[in-house]
Write a protein that binds this ligand. Structure first.
Ligand SMILES: *Cc1c(COP(=O)(O)O)cnc(C)c1O
Length: 381
């Protein structure tokens, strides 16, 4: 990588024609996944969750594509993510899930970001800031319904309800939201428990637009949709409920190049720790992708990659820059040092990659480091 140039992220960044690895982002698929959410959740509106750099795909490009498709509401986690998004969508609503810590209040106001207020203290602080600036500030309020992570607990909700007008005197509450703990499992009883609690909470407060569902919730049915849904992983092609047919299209494809092919005899070891031993004459492909690119080290001797649509196992440990595949089953004319190998995409699903890495699709995507250039494909899914 040439010094002084930013890594990856932007189309056409690479210094040479040769790219060891790349993440291909299908913007058309992201838009079509957005439309799937609209169909499933409508008439509720669909926001784009683009925290963590759009789950690693590139928040700027993803946000632009969604905005062009009519999306006018986005969620980020961090204040800094909101600040970076603001010039990309000057007129969109940007919610900041982290809320309004006292030292983030001035920046939230400057960049017209809407905090998701998580406690009575944050509501008070944001209300005071509105009063000081003689303005009315928009706010979302997060109500905990069982996640016990962020949001007002039951006693705080009662206090808010009893004293609503005073506590939000200088605020414009634009959203009451909660978050489902088990939306990836349609059979989980927790879903309807949280749905009931959310209805109870909403009934305690003046009518305000409401939001409960992330991608999993979008698939639970319209009674979970309320006024706004907040899909993230579904937009990026995750099969969040592991359905036999993924309702979402593949939007991210991770490929890397074969650097070397070698034929080894039976009884030879492969890689660090010599944890793989060939049982017969074996063809190995050494591929330019490693844990420093975000490939899960846990897929050593566990995971698969795909060569021209054919699944091949990882042989030995994943190293920092390289991974070795057993490609004995691949016809010799179907693989060469020119070949690109897929680690997830059309053949290997995010969920399969996650299972092999003992993790979730979310971490597969957000672990990809800047060393992997992102390439953006426009067009239909
Ligand atoms: C990350 C997040 C989402 C999006 O969740 P997905 O499972 O990726 O669809 C929605 N709401 C909240 C509060 C989140 O933290």
């Amino acid at each position: 990588m040439t010094a002084g140039r930013p890594t990856g992220i932007v189309l056409g960044m690479s210094n040479t024609d040769f790219e060891a690895a790349r993440l291909t982002v299908r913007l058309g698929a992201i838009v079509s996944n957005y439309r799937v959410c609209q169909r499933l959740a409508g008439p509720a509106a669909v926001a784009g969750v683009v925290k963590a750099d759009g789950y690693g795909l590139g928040a700027a490009a993803v946000t632009k594509a969604l905005a062009d498709a009519g999306c006018d509401t986005f969620f980020v986690a961090r204040l800094e993510e909101g600040i970076q998004l603001r010039p990309i969508v000057p007129h969109a609503r940007i919610f900041v899930l982290d809320g309004a810590m006292p030292d983030s209040v001035p920046a939230l106001i400057t960049h017209r970001l809407t905090p998701v207020l998580n406690s009575l203290g944050q509501i008070a602080g944001w209300n005071a800031a509105a009063q000081e600036t003689r303005s009315t500030l928009d706010a979302a309020i997060h109500i905990d319904t069982g996640m016990n992570r962020l949001g007002l607990a039951g006693d705080e909700l009662s206090l808010l309800a009893s004293d609503w007008n005073a506590r939000v005197e200088n605020l414009r509450p634009v959203l009451l939201m909660s978050h489902l703990a088990c939306a990836d499992d349609p059979k989980a009883k927790m879903n309807s428990v949280q749905l009931d609690r959310f209805h109870t909470a909403l009934a305690m407060l003046p009518p305000t637009p409401a939001s409960l569902s992330s991608s999993g919730g979008v698939l639970l049915g319209k009674e979970y949709a309320f006024d706004l849904v907040r899909p993230g992983i579904g937009l990026y092609g995750g099969n969040v409920q592991n359905l036999p047919t993924n309702p979402f299209s593949v939007a991210a494809v991770l490929t890397a190049r074969v650097l070397q092919l070698r034929r080894v005899d039976s009884g030879r070891s492969v890689g660090y720790g010599a944890t793989f031993r060939t049982k017969w004459p074996t063809v190995l492909a050494t591929v330019a992708l490693g844990y420093a690119d975000g490939l899960m080290r846990a897929i050593g001797n566990q995971g698969h990659a795909a060569v021209s649509g054919r699944r091949v196992p990882v042989a030995g440990r994943v190293s920092m820059d390289l991974v070795t595949l057993d490609v004995t089953s691949v016809p010799a004319d179907s693989i060469s040092t020119e070949s690109e190998v897929e680690f997830f995409g059309d053949t290997i699903s995010l969920e399969e990659a996650a299972k092999a890495g003992n993790t979730a699709a979310y971490e597969i995507l957000t672990s990809l480091t800047p060393r992997v250039p992102r390439h953006y494909e426009e067009g239909s899914a």
